[in-house]
Write a protein that binds this ligand. Structure first.
Ligand code: FAD
Ligand code: NAI
Length: 462
């Protein structure tokens, strides 16, 4: 029976990163994964396949809407859905086999199968029990659904089913205007579906800066997405080919229905810990089913750690990765650290939406004196040249000290631009530090600098 310093359960971005870092720090490491391929939700049925479909459908949009303006004439491309899915699957394969390569390179053993923890220091997979001085639980999350809504992954689908529909729906109803609903809703809208998003709250993407929420919804509406806001879904009745969604408007309790040939349920995800044996072990869970950990990712049972979607915090791949590295460092006797105040969030629609740090609403609630520097992409030459002059950068800084407190971007490349501000925040920079940094012309990044200038004496191009 093999004896390991660390066994990681789950090979998503949390688990595989933790395993690689443990091995790099000289610990004998194995990673248990029940899926056929490594990479977890993110690489197999999450971040990566959704970004492939977002990219492909965005190219179609460009061909249909902007090519002729640039003097690129000819018939617009037709969608070969089977080929688009094959492209997506290829992208997945390239990435999941890449993790296999990294495991071999770093001498991480992949134990294939679903693992459980019969006792602290032991991991069981099939008939074999392995000894492990430390165990890291990185079992991730699964889609959650609503009462009265049964996911069959054919007509009523979760994000997993939505990434491999047999054909492009004519009418898609999306339940939930969060990240999954808007990303995948955008994909199918661009591919020709009628898309209606039904959201319980009065605003899309809960938790984001209010100005971004408003402008983002306006832009999505302009792209043809329909929204039913303030609507509580009661049930979905489905046959083998179509479905009816029944909802009540919260303002007057009136009942309405929507017909669809596909319904995407995107109302959040919940931690996945089934089959691990946590109850028998006495590992404490929160009321929402998250594994409770201390600041060093340790559970209440010595030698058992937990990271990623299975614990508290934003359900994001990069948050899971950072915790994976940090937990490995703690186990190796180093000082692993994650700064939860500087975790960016990105929505990969067109335009992209990105944010980090405090929203204006949070600062108001905290009673903190702040200033706002805003710059529209309309004033950015590069953005206008590529038909992406919509949107803005909004920088929030402390009124007295000028220290950067948050940034919210809707516009081209927002998901990349945000990292300049993440670094600034990590270094405790002021808006003036960003404003005094030379930015290459013509780049989208200039809009970030202009927003920083707007926190001081004023932007130049606004
Ligand atoms: P997971 O990635 O869920 O991995 C857990 C792994 O553990 C799974 O492979 C599972 O099979 C395995 N496992 C579970 N139990 C056991 C067991 N007992 N034994 C062995 N193996 C087990 N996040 C972003 O940051 N950016 C994005 O663009 C993004 N896009 C997304 C798009 C979609 C459609 C979805 C659904 C999610 C997206 N996410 C995105 C979220 C991201 O996928 C998750 O936050 C991330 O995968 C969490 O990583 P994890 O390692 O905690 O868990
Ligand atoms: P979410 O939490 O982002 O959004 C769920 C939405 O559903 C919310 O707007 C909520 O108000 C709404 N809702 C809840 N109950 C409802 C009801 N009964 N009727 C109508 N609406 C209802 O969850 P989502 O989109 O499912 O994503 C899950 C997780 O995956 C998120 O935590 C996200 O972080 C992660 N993810 C991240 C991505 C990224 O970083 N780009 C992409 C996709 C997913």
């Amino acid at each position: 029976m093999a004896q390991y310093d660390v066994i990681v359960i789950g090979a998503g971005p949390g688990g595989y990163v933790a395993a690689i870092r443990c091995a790099q720090l000289g610990l004998k490491t194995a990673c248990v994964e029940g899926r056929e391929t490594l990479g977890g939700t993110c690489l197999n049925v999450g971040c990566i396949p959704s970004k492939a479909l977002l990219h492909a459908s965005h190219q179609l949009h460009e061909a249909e809407h902007n090519f002729a303006t640039m003097g690129l004439k000819g018939a617009a491309p037709k969608v070969d859905w089977k080929q688009m899915l094959a492209y997506k699957d290829d992208v997945i394969k390239g990435n999941t086999t890449g993790i296999e390569f990294l495991f071999k390179k770093n001498k991480v053993d992949w134990i294939k199968g679903y693992g459980s923890i019969p006792a602290a220091g032991k991991v069981q997979v099939g008939d074999t029990t392995y000894d492990a001085k430390n165990i890291i639980i990185a079992t991730g999350s699964e889609p959650s659904t609503l009462p009265g809504v049964e996911i069959d992954d054919k007509v009523v689908v979760s994000s997993t089913g939505a990434l491999e529909l047999p054909k492009i729906p004519k009418k898609l109803v999306v339940i939930g205007a969060g990240v999954i609903g808007l990303e995948l809703g955008s994909v199918y809208k661009r591919l020709g579906a009628d898309v209606t998003v039904v959201e319980f709250l009065d605003k899309i993407t809960p938790g984001m800066d209010g100005e971004i929420q408003k402008n983002f919804q306006r832009m999505l509406k302009k792209q043809g997405l329909d929204f039913v806001m303030g609507a509580a879904v009661q049930k979905v009745d489905a046959t083998k080919t179509k479905a009816t969604v029944t909802y009540k408007l919260r303002k007057d309790d009136s009942e309405h229905t929507l017909d669809a040939d596909t319904v995407l349920v995107a109302t959040g995800r919940r931690p996945y810990t089934a089959g691990l044996g946590l109850e028998a072990l006495g590992v404490e869970l929160s009321p929402r089913g998250q594994i409770k950990t201390n600041a060093h990712w340790q559970t209440n049972v010595p030698g058992i750690y937990a990271i990623g979607d299975a614990i508290d915090g934003p359900m994001l791949a990069h948050k899971a990765e950072d915790e994976g590295m940090a937990a490995a460092e703690v186990i190796a006797g180093k000082h692993g650290h994650v700064n939860y105040d500087v975790i960016p969030g990105v929505i990969y629609t067109a335009p992209e939406v990105a944010s980090v740090g405090k929203t204006e609403e949070q600062l108001k609630e905290e009673g903190r004196a702040y200033k706002v520097g805003k710059f529209p992409f309309m004033g950015n030459a590069r953005a206008k040249a590529v038909f992406q002059g919509e949107g803005f950068v909004k920088l929030l800084a402390d009124k007295e000290t000028d220290r950067v407190l948050g940034c919210h971007i809707i516009g081209p490349g927002a998901g990349d631009l945000i990292h300049e501000i993440c670094v600034a925040m990590e270094f405790g920079a002021s808006a003036q530090d960003v404003a005094l940094t030379c930015h290459a012309h013509p780049t989208f990044s200039e809009a970030v600098r202009e927003a920083a200038l707007a926190c001081g004496d004023g932007a130049i191009h606004a």
